[in-house]
Design a binder for this molecule. Structure first.
Ligand code: NAI
Length: 211
């Protein structure tokens, strides 16, 4: 089974769903399953089976009709497609309430992310550690370039988010995960993903019944 990219342009929505499939496969493997059908995976992840088959078909033929997917193999292939098969180093800027929770979360390791450093501007936080990760002075962020960091995570107040992004770009990161509630810009080669729980909450009432 080889990973073949049948089409050059893979829809972003497909890429967005692949980690969801991977998570479903990891859970089903933990439950002791070895094989899973697209219908079975659909129940784990809440995406319809046709969509799963279509998404996977961009990359090759992974399953056998009537037998389903080999869970371990498919998980390995999805990791390869998403380039999660290599360890990525990350740094976090802003070790406040949210940043501390991110630093303490053990769940990023499953996807090969390793947060190796954190930066803050508050002298009271600099020099302390969260889960063995030292908090460094943000003034030294430019020195990061030598450490060849893959990803930057922004958890500073909104007013400082763009400046932080610019510093991370200068420090050589190749992608940014932004938790600050604002749009930030970066050169085209740098992928920026912004996560905002408030934005997701803000669209929920629209779907709620009016009493
Ligand atoms: P916080 O005030 O507890 O932490 C912010 C930290 O950033 C502080 O430690 C502060 O010293 C540090 N900081 C400020 N300017 C800095 C700079 N230029 N360089 C380095 N460190 C700097 O705030 P909290 O609650 O942790 O929120 C952090 C950010 O995440 C805010 O922008 C907030 O709006 C956002 N947020 C986003 C959520 C989401 O769903 N995406 C949920 C909660 C917060």
């Amino acid at each position: 089974m080889s990973v073949k990219f049948k089409y050059r342009r893979i829809p972003d929505e497909t890429i967005r769903r692949l980690p969801v499939y991977l998570r479903g496969l990891l859970f089903s493997s933990q439950m002791g399953y070895k094989k899973i059908s697209s219908r079975g995976l659909a129940e784990f992840v809440g995406v319809n089976p046709c969509q799963i088959r279509k998404d996977l078909s961009y990359f090759g033929d992974f399953g056998k009709r009537g037998v389903g997917y080999d869970i371990e193999k498919l998980a390995r292939e999805i990791r390869k497609i998403l380039k999660l098969d290599v360890v990525r180093s990350a740094v976090l800027v802003g070790a406040g309430n949210l940043g501390s929770a991110v630093l303490a979360y053990p769940g990023f390791k499953i996807y090969n992310f390793n947060i190796v450093a954190a930066f803050d501007s508050d002298p009271k936080k600099i020099g302390k550690k969260i889960k063995d990760i030292p908090i460094e002075d943000v003034c030294n962020i430019t020195k990061l370039k030598r450490r060849k960091i893959d990803l930057g995570i922004i958890a500073v107040p909104r007013a400082n988010a763009q400046k932080t992004a610019d510093e991370l770009v200068k420090a050589g990161v190749k992608a940014i995960l932004n938790f600050s509630p604002c749009y930030i810009t970066a050169p085209k080669r740098i992928k920026v993903v912004t996560i905002d729980i408030a934005m997701d909450l803000a669209r929920l009432p629209y779907y709620m019944p009016t009493s």
